[in-house]
Ligand binder design. Sequence first.
Ligand code: C2E
Ligand code: MG
Ligand code: MG
Ligand code: MG
Length: 279
Amino acid sequence: QAKSNGRKKVSFFDITMQRKADKRLHIYNCLKSAIAKNELFLHYQPQHMVQSGEIIGVEALVRWHLDGKKLISPAEFIPIAEETDLIIDIGIWVLQAACRQFVEWQSQGIEVPQLSVNVSTRQFHDQNFVDSILMILDETGMDPMQLNLEITESVVIEHAEEAIRTMTDLKNVGVSFAIDDFGAGYSSLSYLKRLPANELKIDRSFIQNIPLNVSDMAIVEAVLAMAKHMGFNVTAEGVESRQQLEFLQRQECSFYQGFYASKPLSAEHLAIYIKRLQG
Ligand code: C2E
Ligand code: MG
Ligand code: MG
Ligand code: MG
C-alpha cells in the first residue's frame, strides 16, 4: 500500500514537471513572434522623491498581450527569454520603445526627469550591448544623461572586469546605472564598491513587511547607512503604505516607487499623472 502510494506520488510529480516544461516551451515559442506580432508594450511606473514627493523619473516595464488576449507577467516570461538570446531582441525592443516614448513626452511638454530601463544580465554581457545602446540613443534623440539602466548584482558575479568596463564605457557618455533588487541576490560587497553605479534599489521584499518586521527595518537602515558612505542614492521599491513612506522619510532614503504613489501606467495615463502633478 505504502509502496504504491509512493509510486503514485512520483509519477504525479513527473507529470507536473512535464506540464511545467511544456508550458515554458509553449511560452517560448509564442514569445519568439511576439515582437513581430506587436504583442509587447510598455507600462511606466513613477519614481518619487521621498521627502518632497517630486517626480524624479519613471521605470519602463514590459507587458505582453499573447494573441491579443491573455496578459502574461514579465515575472513569468522574462526568465524564459533570459535562457536564450531572445532576451537580447526583447531588450533592444524595450529600449527603443521606451526612449522613443520619452522623447515623445518631451515634445508634448511632459517633463519626466529620467527614464529607467531594466537590462538583463545576458543582454548586458552581449558583445554588441554598448553599440546597440549608442545606436538607440542616436536614433531616438534620447539624452544619455536622462537614461538610467537597471542591472542586478549578477552581472558582476562571473565577469567583473568586463562588467565594470561596459558600465564605464556607458557612464562616459552620460548613462547612469542602478543596482536593482539589491539585497535579494548574492550581494558581494567587495564588488559593490568598485561598481560605477549611482543608485541602489532596495528589493521590495525588505519593504513589504515594514513596520511589522523589525529585522527588515534594520536591514533597510543598514543599507541606507552603507549607501550614504559609498555615495549611492537609494530607491525603495514596492512602497504600498503611508507608514512605509514615513519610515523612509525618517531614515532619509532618497527615492521610492510603489503602489502607494502609483501602479505602472500606460504612456497615456502617465502623461495625465504628470500633468496633474505639474498642476
Ligand atoms: P523590477 O525591475 O524589480 O520591477 C519592479 C516590479 O515590482 C514590477 O513588476 C512592478 O510592477 C512591481 N511593483 C512596483 N511597485 C509595487 C508595489 O508597491 N507592490 C507590489 N506588489 N509590486 C510592485 P513587473 O512589472 O511584473 O516586473 C517584474 C520583473 O520583470 C521586474 O522587476 C524585472 O525584473 C522584470 N522586467 C520587467 N520589464 C522588463 C524589461 O523590460 N526587461 C527586463 N530585462 N526585465 C524586465
Ligand atoms: Mg527594475
Ligand atoms: Mg542619469
Ligand atoms: Mg526590483
